[in-house]
Design a protein around this ligand. Sequence first.
Ligand code: 0A1
Ligand code: ZN
Length: 883
Amino acid sequence: MDIARTPATPDGNPVMADAAIEPKAPPVIRREDYTPFPWLIPATRMEFELGLEKTRITTTLNVERNPDAAASPTIRLNGDGLALVSLACDGGSCDGHMIDGDDLVVTLPGDRHVLTIVTELDPSDNSQLMGLYASNGMLCTQCEAEGFRRITFFPDRPDVLSTYTVRMRGPRAQFPVLLCNGNRVATGEDGNSHWAEWHDPWPKPSYLFALVAGDLVARTDHFTTMGGREVELNVYVREGDLDRTEHAMESLKRSMQWDEEVFGREYDLDLFNIVAVSDFNMGAMENKGLNVFNTKYVLADPETATDGDYDGVEGVIGHEYFHNWSGNRVTCRDWFQLSLKEGFTVLRDQLFSADMGSEPVKRIEDVRVLRGVQFPEDSGPLAHPIRPDSYREISNFYTSTVYNKGAEVIRMMRTMAGAERFRRGTDLYFDRHDGEAATCEDFVAAIEAGTGLDLTQFRLWYAQAGTPKVAVTLAHEGDTARVKLTQTVPATPGQGDKHPMPIPLKLALFDRASGTHSGEQLVVLDKDSAEFTFDGFAQRPILSINRTFSAPVSIDRDVSREDLVFLAAKDDDPFARYEAMQELMTGHLVAAVSGEMDDGEREAARTDIAQAMRAVIEDDQLDDLMRGELMVMPGQTYVAEQLLVADPGRIHAEREALKADLGTRLAAQFEALYERTGKVPFSLDAQGKGARKVKTLVLAYAAASDPAKAAELAAHQYDGADNMTDRQGALMVLAGLDSAARTGKLLDFYNRYAGNALVIDKWFALQASSLHPHAIEHVKALREHPDFTLKNPNRVRSLYMAFAANPQAFHGADGEGYRMLADLILELDPINAQTAARFVPPLGRWQRIEEGRAKLMREALERIAKAPKLSRDTYEQVTRSLG
Ligand code: 0A1
Ligand code: ZN
């Protein structure tokens, strides 16, 4: 991928480089420049002559003028690195055509034409994994966002919908399975070759196109929809993986059922195929009727997958399936509207997973991701609204902001309307826009009309970036409590001045004497500041606020440790209990790191935290899954986020010190807990999962307080494990300790699972994320390991994402970690630009890190920026990160 090419704006016209930008800067695409495409493509026919090294594609486009767009004498067909073999118009030569940058521009005199385009590719040479590529001997495609233009010339934008008929032909022995979108309508044999023709009756944008050819086997099942349609379901994998597909298939059937029950959405084809591929840039892709998945989100059995992996498979299968309506039947007008499908679909998958398991635990997990990943994004140089205003490379906007904050924004509408009224809104949205390419505004307007809410001011959530901060004070006088709320929306790049947003906050006031409250209320803070009054409190009540995390804001409340201890033990909202525990620990860590604490204060805080943790351990009303959440310490990034400028080394040290202190104070309680949970037999239900979660947490505390004992317990847990969760948990703890068992167990793990790529990924990741003081040296050695390759995104992520998230290793004061990441980015960029660019954000945190390290982080970014040739992806991320 070369940045020198000239992409098209959403209106299909070439972009002139902004003179103010240095010459190598790729152009900026702006949301406000949208214009409809001048042509419609009612039908597309494609013929593929398949080969790993040479694939020839003949594409026939029926084009006609778009009556709703300004007329144009030409049609611009996007291409990306394509060689045009031949072009015909209406069966003969064209009046005129030219190659402009990577695009093909054809002069079309009439109102209707047929264009025939032949292109030729080498899929085995496609390491970007966009377009048509080879993976493990099979051929597959990835077209979102702009990959279709690497297959053929086409108006590669989501508002051009076409009906596709595809014939694919290839050697039978090499590609016994031939798959595409829609239904298989014909097949045939031809000597050693065979072919299949597929027709997708649903008009779709090019980003939903998919094709797969390979030697695959399938788990097959069926689902009968609520309207009585019999759907054949297949999960395709490589031969040896079939016995690890049961969970994926069950998750698919549950997703189909759930979407009918909760959103009234029914599947619309007779076939639904999932294919697992091992080389994939993201998690999975919702191509119409043919979802392509990273193997990580398909394959699972107890021996090789953790409980987290099981949940991941269920969640991602649900996510891709739900896109069939939120994304495919109603798609996006342009890529600025990405959150229209992604925010909504993430919310749908979150609600699904909550219904399949524990609702509060799922909520806590989702908030942890939001605060650990999205909040830092929102407070850094890459901050952008959930509906961005501009981009240079759209792949850089598949972000936690668009996905996770996007989901939170829609969740707030649901909270304000209530689930039932919200459903009326989504029904109306699907009715109004079925078959269309819609905008975020269309979605909000439908929710507004369906629910009766006035969302005028709420629309600011789509336009303004930055995490709002809400300061909360509680005053008490007579028998009245007054809660004062004040919001500030921080300035973000390109957005200096912010307006107040409507912030729905669920709250409850606990009576100090009875320890109960008289009902939860929803207040909406829609001004800079507002006061809410509550009567009937003889004593100052205890405030529980932002219950269930009703708004994606950070709360700055004036609360005593004593009240937090109360809430951690007694709040009837499980999320609020979790929050109180987190706040107790975060408050202490922030004060300790800031040096605002004397020994007496430190002792008092630690005593309170231990008391709260002890209550959690001993509360027999809690299930272990929830207990585990209450025992988790706040993450390093989350603590850093509370500080204007952080010293990663100090945060790490204080965090480990608190862990050790709790491990010591609660040694007896932890031991009893470990013993009880150790007796719970393996099962995939909540009891089994909860026991495993708690067990490994206890080991992690012990590793800080009593490393020798932790090493012994972990080695024992490792040896006796009958599942991956226990085995990986034990090995994670061992990997961080300088114990004799460390090397032996790491070696055992490697030998035991050699050849299983997903498990070997874990082996890389747990060493790269370990607390071991020499973790950085281990990462260097692993980079040279024969199993490491830059060609496989899962492998690269398993080593380097884990490393970049390891505070001690990555943030060493000498800057070696930053240099290593910069080296990786430079080396990976020409191979896989999309994946390379995803490693830039950890370096972009420099503004929030102490001076010495900040300088070294900037140097690393500057070195990348100076590279003579950078992809558009990495160029954009690096320049934005430098600020
Ligand atoms: N729409 C997919 C995400 C996705 C985006 C780009 C890709 O290209 C490499 C792949 C997948 C989803 O939300 O699941
Ligand atoms: Zn998605």
